[in-house]
Design a protein. Sequence first.
Length: 755
Amino acid sequence: MLFSTAKTWPQPLVQIIPQSRLTHLAEQGRRLSAHNLLDFEPVRRRATVMARLLDLSETLTDAVLEMHDRLMLTLLRGSERESLAVFQQRGPTLLERLATYQQVCEALLLARETASDPFQAVEAILPWDRLVATVRDPEQVIQARQLDPLHHLLKGYPRLRAYLPRLLQAFDFTAAPSAQPLVDALRLLKEMYAGGKRTLPAHLPLGFVRSRWTPFVFQNGELHRKYYEFCVMDELRLALRAGDVWVTGSGKYRALDAFLLPETDWKTRKTELAPDLPDTFDAFWEAAEPQLKAQLAQLSELLDTEQLAEVSLKSGKLRVKALPNAVPGGADVLARQLSSRMPRVKITDLLLEVHGWLPFTTVLTDLRSGQPSERHDHLLTAILAEGLNLGQTKMAEASGDPAITPRRLMYLSDWFLRPETYAGALAEVVNFQSRQPLAALWGDGSTSSSDGQRFPTGGRGKAYGHLNAKHGREPGVLFYTHLSDQYAPFHTKVITANIRDAVNVLDGLLYHQSGLEIREHYTDTAGYTEQIFGICFLLGFRFAPRIRDLGETRLFPPDALSNHPLLESVMARRLNLGLIKSHWDELLRLAVSIKAGTVTASLILSKLAAYPRQNGLALALRELGRVQRTLFTLEWLQDPALRRRVQAGLNKGEAHNALTRAVAVHRAGEIRDRSPERQHSRASGVNLLVAIITTWNTVYLGQAVAALRAEGMDIPDELLAHVSPLGWEHIGLTGDYLWRPEEVPLPGTFRKLNG
């Protein structure tokens, strides 16, 4: 019954009704019980149910296809573990054979060079009959083949076969011309399963079979059916990710063109959404070429005259020394003095105090009525249950209020704590914090950094986590957070741990609701790709990642490499400007579509990055990114201030991660929510709570500074710029969660500082 929901709905209905209205009705329908629906007028009831069914059909379609993706990865990883076990058992013998073959090859090479008898040279290494036995021993061949992970894949065939016929019956697949053989294979397998056939026909679509699969699909001159099916389904996984194949009724796996503005609309919208983008490639290159050539010439001169103290070019590699510590000597002492003055406070009292400064719960409105909750303390309890990772049942037990039950908290979470209301409340808190005088010393709100923080998944959520080579084989999720230069976490989202950070960089810059105007953004190496450089330029952001092993990075000049003899060893090739020029309109259409909101930046970038045979747009975006990355690298090498600015931004992100870990302390720091919606709600609660703590700390650090200055201490702004509002030692994050409004200072007053 699950797969039957994925069939198509009448597209004209979806096109007539505004998507925002459908989304709102579907959100209501997801939360309403059948009893609640009875209170609606018949027309509204039918509209709500229909919107919910449309949304559910699309959601289930995407979920089933994602399950296929994950199952295939699970089977492939399992076969990799099997091959590793074989290698651990038989590896020494195979390595010994390899060493013997190496000696034989060296003997043959020497015989050719010295014009001696090659057979005698070989027999000097080992007897001829032994060599023949070794090469032709079928057991040895089998052992070598068992090192290939695909050899063990057939053990998982029953799992694939259990759902494959239903998957093929449930969905209609369409493909770009390059992937049409794959869709033909899917259709053939569908017909075979429907007819109960067991033998593959003589003529099969084979254009998608890559070299990795060839030895297994073709065995002894015949096609191996099970391996053919595995090959088809693995290629389907890759093609769906890339957008080579799309599915009718899916929201995520649609044709690439369907995510972009229509050809007839985007040029009109460009005037409104991206007026600063050059209309033509020639206009772009007229500005970029002189800058690129001048920077290359300047770097060559500075390296030749050894004017760059921290940068050198040795043995064909660029070497960049670590920057000296730029933190003033008295900053640590001042930070300890200010920390000692901070009053101790329970998290509930802190929340009430910040709520008194700015009633951010008024933004957390009921989905049905649009009105805020009458009991803001109950709503704050629901936020604490999310933010402290305690859960609704445990929070109800610790609240001390009989009116706060798990059912009450669940109700508030369902109807008031939604992605859009969380984002609105976060924006209120971030805007308030950015207006504090002390925040202006940390930055002007124009730069930011982002980083993914991994949380293990446990309990019921364990099966819904993802594996990641960086973090080992324990499943988990990443909270990917954007932090302003003023320490405000202005956006967060949950991403699976097996997806690279880079595709999510732009979401926080584009979709936050705060008043921050970010112009420059920092990431570490995980957040960097050449396509990100390209799309950031098109969207008006300056991208400045800290690239690990920068000395291995290659530059892309606009002219011949020989024109830059000193830098030639660190250059890759000449830029393919013709590729960018031929796809310039497509690049502009992509940028305008992202700004118009027809597709999220993360979704379209994940598709462009996933192409196994990347299309022209993906390649052009990468080439444009190489222009921007080369310009950035040239500036990075010549400008210590840029390197120091990036490092400072990333250090703030690491300090924020420590506070986040401390806040989400309960349940052993594990995320035990099963659905992506619940995981996102958890991340939003944690992030909002961290932002509130940061805001409270900012205000009271300002009070502590004023007190010390009143006592006659000289505190220069240069030192305050290195003080952080991310401490939590003075905040009681555990224990009972009681609401004590009598403990909150009166408006215009503050808590007494420690002496």
